[in-house]
Design a protein around this ligand. Structure first.
Ligand code: F6P
Length: 319
């Protein structure tokens, strides 16, 4: 029976991770478990930065951005000797199960632990919304609101100067932040991996918008697709539309989590503890059709991601 549970956050931080840490600790204590936190993700696991916590540790954190137990990226975790050190620490601290909050990279780290005999549970936390086993990840809603807030502000200045703005948003290789923000912000054009747009079409549309004397044009582009600064110069040269590039960057990851993220984190985290309380391991939790669900971690990692075809069609209708 699981007695001691450790919680860590890993990969890019996401608003709502603190809410997830909070619920894991509180729900674990509710079931009489001893609760531990690991600082700095898998790096802290390897180094033994593992500490027992009480309910007080979780006071006043639900509204805080980032992760109070910090995070890291540790590609070396794949190396057998690094993994073996983490497993040794888990045994030394007599930890019965590890909960990892993060994205796909975190799930891969958890899977390596599971294969080494450690009991694990994954909770999806990333602004990218690129985890196939859940409709929504913790942090996506807040990042989307942040993007909308930024685009509203860019529109103000863009309209005053009659400019075109090329805005790069995060998402790694997933277009969800670009797609959802484009709909919410009535963007003139959207470019993502799953919604490519030829230069020719883009230039034609922007020339038309300029000829209609519209006050601005907003083009939202997913990161890792093109160099937006170079692309802005090209658009200006091809269309005559004065064009500025804006890379929103890591500010998309910061800020107080939205109510939706706090609630999602609380629902997912409590389910993670429910599973451990029933001695169910090596699962990842998620939300599907507003129901909290869980899947085998290996199966979850093999699932194809939903590319939101109806939303891509909606974008075409709107633009
Ligand atoms: O996974 C979250 C994310 O913000 C991605 O959108 C982005 O590609 C990446 O992390 C950036 O990571 P870092 O801050 O480590 O450079």
């Amino acid at each position: 029976m699981v007695k001691r549970i450790a919680v860590l956050t890993s990969g890019g931080d996401a608003p709502g991770m603190n809410a997830a840490i909070r619920v894991c600790i509180r729900a674990g204590l509710y079931y009489g478990k001893e609760m531990y936190v690991v600082y700095d993700g898998f790096k802290g696991l390897v180094e033994g930065d593992i500490h027992q916590v009480t309910k007080d540790f979780t006071s006043d954190i639900i509204n805080r951005g980032g992760t109070i137990i910090r995070t890291s990226r540790l590609p070396e975790f794949k190396q057998p000797e690094v993994l073996a050190k983490a497993v040794q620490q888990i045994h030394d601290y007599e930890i019965d199960a590890v909960i990892g909050i993060g994205g796909d990279g975190t799930y891969h780290g958890l899977l390596s632990l599971a294969k080494a005999g450690v009991n694990v549970i994954g909770i999806p936390g990333t602004i990218d919304n690129d985890v196939a086993s859940t409709d929504e990840t913790i942090g996506f809603s807040t990042a989307l609101n942040t993007i909308c807030d930024c685009v509203d502000k860019i529109k103000d200045t863009s309209s005053s100067h009659q400019r075109c703005s090329i805005i790069e948003v995060m998402g790694r290789y997933c277009g969800d932040l670009a797609i959802f923000s484009s709909i919410a912000e009535a963007a003139e054009m959207t470019v993502t991996y799953d919604h490519p747009v030829s230069d020719d079409l883009l230039f034609r549309k922007l020339r038309k918008i300029k000829s209609q004397k519209k006050s601005h044009a907003i083009v939202i582009v997913s990161e890792n697709l093109l160099d937006v600064n170079e692309f802005a110069k090209k658009i200006q040269a091809e269309t005559g539309f004065e064009t500025k590039a804006e890379v929103l960057g890591r500010l998309q990851r910061g800020g107080s989590p939205s109510a939706a993220d706090r609630i999602l984190a609380s629902r997912l985290g409590s389910h993670a503890i429910e599973l451990l309380n029933k001695d169910v391991f090596n699962r990842v939790v998620g939300i599907k059709d507003n129901k909290i669900v869980d899947f085998d971690i290996e199966e979850a990692l093999a699932m194809p991601r939903d590319i939101h075809k109806p939303l891509l069609k909606l974008i075409d209708m709107l633009q």
